[in-house]
Design a binder for this molecule. Structure first.
Ligand code: PLP
Length: 386
């Protein structure tokens, strides 16, 4: 019966990333370069903290905003790493991953028909989440020549009476593009001039290469009051399954997000919150080692993929992804990805999954071991030559 499912349920489409995984799940000997999650296990000190929390019986609901101890740890980190000063009692919320923070932020900011300017190619869930909040995603195609970051003049042209916010992601999935200070300053100027909110997803902030620096737009003068900064422990500490994220925003927005969280999931898992304190405040030795390993893999992949005929790699400045233009092979990205998977067992994601601007490329995640990456390159090489 067509009346059973809501408009939201029927509007939101599964991403083609899911389709690739469904295809791969029926196959043996797959090397997955599609998955956007660390292959590492969570650092042992964090696991230990969770064990201790369990033994202490910290098994109850927590405050909807998250325990104050976790919010204090987040507040410290926001100051030291991001240069954002926050009041942990009123301006920080612990969320169910970055996705939870993004969901709450969009729900409390958007009215029906409000537009959100979304630089693309982008992570697939943004567009779906904007629509779930009854908003309208307004794609802004970014160019390879600009490092896949928006041109401020083009950004201005997308602004209408209905524009409520700009959603940025730096370092960015899928391209690995990094917003420079100059670009962020221009975006900040535009946001102030047109009275827009900025939603800034910074989940890949630690994975940044070639001496680039991660900069948080909320640290600029006049921006903390119009920015929701979204982050999580998922990628940084290899904690995707724990579902801990956090957001900081002006107190009235944070309060609204907390109230919504109360009504949707009450709070983040109490054990995971304790583990989060250790992740944020404990030793950085495991994070440092993971960063080092990603850097090694990145260098290897840039070099190895560049040797393959028909592939033109964009050198990523951040994240653990890279994109390669495959137009010279004569395949569309979807055909390339499906044929590569079926013929060789190497799973990559077609650029068409990322909401525009990815029509010529595939995304490769180097969230796999060096031997697997080498094996994948061998298989890709045979595939392309054949
Ligand atoms: N933001 C971006 C840009 C991502 O790529 C992802 C996951 O791939 C997320 C957020 C989701 O993060 P979390 O697992 O913390 O919800």
């Amino acid at each position: 019966m067509s009346r059973i499912l809501s408009k939201t349920a029927t509007t939101i489409k599964p991403s083609s990333i899911r389709e690739m995984f469904n295809l791969a799940s029926g196959m043996d000997n797959v090397i997955n370069l599609g998955l956007g999650e660390p292959d590492f296990t969570t650092p042992p000190n964090v696991i230990k903290a969770a064990e201790i929390a369990l033994q202490k019986g910290l098994t109850h609901y927590t405050l909807n905003a998250g325990n104050l101890t976790v919010r204090e740890a987040v507040s410290q980190k926001l100051l030291s790493k991001n240069g954002i000063t926050t009041n942990p009692e009123t301006e920080v919320i612990i969320t169910n991953g970055a996705m939870g923070g993004l969901y709450l932020a969009l729900q409390v900011l958007l009215n029906f028909g409000d537009e959100v300017i979304l630089p693309v190619p982008s992570w697939t869930n943004y567009s779906a989440q904007i629509q779930m909040a009854n908003g309208v995603p307004v794609p802004l195609i970014t160019q390879r020549k600009d490092g896949f970051i928006p041109d401020p003049e083009c950004l201005k042209k997308r602004i209408t009476q209905r524009t409520k916010a700009i959603l940025i992601n730096t370092p960015g999935n899928p391209t690995g593009g990094v917003y420079t200070k100059e670009i962020l300053e221009k975006i900040a100027e535009i946001a102030i001039e047109y009275d827009l909110m900025v939603i800034s997803d910074e989940v890949y902030e630690y994975f940044i290469w070639e001496g680039y620096e991660h900069i948080s737009i909320a640290s600029f003068p006049g921006m903390a009051e119009r920015t929701v900064t979204i982050n999580s422990l998922s990628k940084t500490y290899a904690m995707t399954g724990w579902r801990v994220g956090y957001a900081t925003a002006p107190a009235n927005i944070t309060a609204a997000m907390i109230m919504l969280q109360e009504n949707v999931y009450a709070c983040v898992n109490s054990i995971a919150q304790e583990a989060a304190i250790e992740a944020l405040s404990g030793t950085s030795e495991y994070l440092d080692a993971m960063i080092k390993e990603y850097a090694t893999r990145r260098d290897y992949m840039i070099h190895a993929l560049s040797e393959l005929p028909g592939l033109n790699v964009f050198k990523p400045l951040g994240t653990f992804y890279m994109v390669a233009d495959i137009s010279e092979t004569g395949y569309s990205p979807d055909d390339f990805a499906v044929k590569l998977l079926k013929n060789t067992g190497v799973c990559v994601i077609p650029g068409t999954a990322f909401g525009g601007g990815g029509e010529n490329f595939i995304r490769i995640a180097y969230t796999n071991t060096m031997p697997n990456l080498e094996n994948a390159i061998n298989r890709m090489s045979l595939f392309i030559k054949s």
